[in-house]
Ligand binder design. Sequence first.
Ligand SMILES: CC(C)(COP(=O)(O)OP(=O)(O)OC[C@H]1O[C@@H](n2cnc3c(N)ncnc32)[C@H](O)[C@@H]1OP(=O)(O)O)[C@@H](O)C(=O)NCCC(=O)NCCS
Length: 169
Amino acid sequence: MVAPAMPTVRDATPDDLPAVKAIYDEQVAHGIATFDTTAPPLDHWRDRLDSPGHLLVAVEDTTVVGYAFSSTFRPRAAYDRTQEVSVYLDARARGRGLGRALYDVLLARLRDDGIHTVLAVVALPNDASEALHRGCGFERVGVLPEVGHKLGRWIDTALYARVLDDGLT
Ligand SMILES: CC(C)(COP(=O)(O)OP(=O)(O)OC[C@H]1O[C@@H](n2cnc3c(N)ncnc32)[C@H](O)[C@@H]1OP(=O)(O)O)[C@@H](O)C(=O)NCCC(=O)NCCS
């Protein structure tokens, strides 16, 4: 058997968006990582690509197997140096370090942009996502109880925060 090529992380292009959408839509339908319950149209992803913030993809051979993005946390000016991040992988690509690879590039970009604080919201339970965020230097700073209702149950979310100027790499 031929081992897959080392994954690369790069900026998304318009051609990547159907694959990005497919990865997200699987969680819309079957997971709690997103609280969307209807798959957003491809235009949603085109708008994200055109918006400020980074949209990165992880590519194995020529296949997009995951993505991560950064976006505005809140629109008011004093929040300008805070960004929210998120990361999704195809089920077959999980547990092999690709989430970490995407975040390493994304956090370096945000540091270069002068971003001070990065936030992430993790719907619970999600051991892999909590481990990923802890491993990338995020701290769990709070839990919002039962703010989501999906797949027949109430869902808590954990808020994770990383101050980029904290001296960690
Ligand atoms: C969450 C997700 C992005 C993690 O990415 P990943 O590539 O699977 O994670 P990695 O292989 O980079 O591992 C990161 C850390 O999590 C740990 N980990 C991975 N899967 C785990 C699991 N199922 N349970 C516990 N820890 C796990 C790894 O050991 C590693 O820990 P370390 O830094 O201490 O070595 C991925 O599982 C995924 O896409 N899940 C579905 C969508 C989702 O939940 N997105 C997050 C929204 S907040």
